[in-house]
Design a protein around this ligand. Structure first.
Ligand code: CA
Length: 245
């Protein structure tokens, strides 16, 4: 096992799933520690450093929910939740507990590996010093310069609107619950403030000229929250450029 491989804690009580996922991850050169219950997960996590945790929600001894809280108590390690049912409540539980992503069972190990790779990549990006410009064509967000342009015209956003936009736009496709957005944007976690996010989104849409009925960037995820989508733009390829010359 290579010394510098990323270490993953896999918490899953179904041995067949644990074995299959371990095999896939090891094939991708990740180093995996697999445990079958919540108690062992917490013990293992305290013993050594992990780069990522894959956590089943339904576990013997200590639930995935409790394990997640225990881990989040002192660590911001990326966590992917595995939820048995595809029910919205379960997904929200996962995200509100501080998981970074979730996967609904049954899932393909290949899909899980893709999520692991993406999550490790963006965690790595977060750790780098930011001279950050998010360029979505018509929409440009200069994160370090605190500026937003729509079709070349500068848009004046409040601090909260700016924070909300950058939070969503950093991870296109990722769904954020209102509660998560309250924490990230407003910096507190009182329940009842979720609706303030709706007002911020409404103002943001108006300023960006993003029609909620035909959204370009900001999408409502009903019963959950919001997500940002980057409009697809044609990838300029070297060969194409040559052909166009
Ligand atoms: Ca389980």
């Amino acid at each position: 096992m290579p010394q510098d491989s990323r270490k993953i804690l896999l918490v899953e009580d179904e041995k067949a799933i644990r074995d299959a996922v371990t095999a896939y991850l090891e094939r991708e050169k990740y180093s995996v520690v697999g445990v079958g219950d919540g108690q062992s997960a917490v013990e293992e996590f305290e013993k050594r450093q992990f780069d990522l945790v894959i956590l089943d929600l339904m576990l013997p001894k200590l639930s995935g929910e409790r394990v997640c809280r225990a881990i989040r108590d002192g660590s911001d390690v990326p966590i992917i939740m595995l939820t048995a049912k595809g029910e919205v409540e379960d997904r929200i539980i996962g995200l509100e507990l501080g998981a970074d992503d979730y996967l609904i069972k049954p899932f393909s190990p290949r899909e899980l590996v893709a999520r692991v790779r993406a999550l490790l990549r963006r965690t790595h990006l977060d750790a780098e010093p930011q001279l950050e410009v998010l360029d979505f064509g018509d929409l440009k967000i200069d994160v370090s310069g605190h500026k937003v342009e729509v079709e070349g015209r500068e848009v004046d956003l409040t601090a909260s609107e700016f924070k909300l936009l950058t939070t969503l736009a950093r991870y296109p496709g990722r769904v954020y619950t209102r509660m998560e957005l309250v924490e990230k944007v407003l910096g507190y976690d009182f329940e009842g403030y979720e609706r303030t996010i709706d007002s911020h989104v409404k103002n943001l849409r108006a300023k960006l000229g993003d029609d909620p009925r035909h959204p370009k960037w900001l999408y409502t995820v009903h019963g959950v929250g919001y997500r940002f989508e980057a409009p697809k733009k044609p990838e300029p390829e070297k060969d194409d450029e040559k052909a166009a010359e």
